[in-house]
Design a protein around this ligand. Sequence first.
Ligand code: DC
Length: 222
Amino acid sequence: MKKLLITIDGPAGAGKTSVSRALAERLGYRYIDTGALYRGVAYEVKRQGIDPENDVDLAALCSRLQLVFKQKANELRLYSGSTDITDRIRTPEISMLASAVSAKSLVRDYLLDVQKDIGRQKAAVFEGRDMGTVVFPAADVKFFLDASSQTRAQRRYQEIKSNSNQSLKQVEKDMQRRDRDDSTRSLAPLKPADDAIIIDSTDLSIQEVVDSMLSYIARRKG
Ligand code: DC
């Protein structure tokens, strides 16, 4: 069976993570969360006390960074060197810092190579913001997953409420700011690729989205 490279882009809270994970499982493919890589850079920026606006220090950090995904018990874990940082990169502070470092061209250039390298063997579902537009413009199937902003904030709130004391209002405000920053930045702004299949998940379950994607993929394979 032909191995495909599938991309899923879209704003925060559209359901990309759940959908990408489920789709990869159904296809027996690897699931790659590229947002985790930006969060990994942000985590190291914070841990090492680097000023994200200082390009010299940021470039030096990227040149010594070793961000690697490892599959552990059916789960994708992110390592920085030998430290598992998966559970440390989901805080509101790292979310905001990840958005800031993701606007830096030297960070994007560094991660472009990391991502292309992971994609070489295909048979993967890549989740991110610029997968179909910049990183894998020749991907076999491209999806852009969206949902209303209230639905997205509500979903993100449910996801983080056990380890954050942010209110729904605060989550909504942060999300709007990140959306604006991510889609108006000059570098790789968040937008669907011209040949992306756009799916609105506002009124759909994860299963319904995955089923709809599988039917597009089946057509593509056929
Ligand atoms: O999907 P996420 O919330 O984990 O992403 C964290 C940040 O990284 C988000 O603000 C956008 C940025 N990002 C990006 O610019 N390009 C990607 N391919 C993935 C994430």
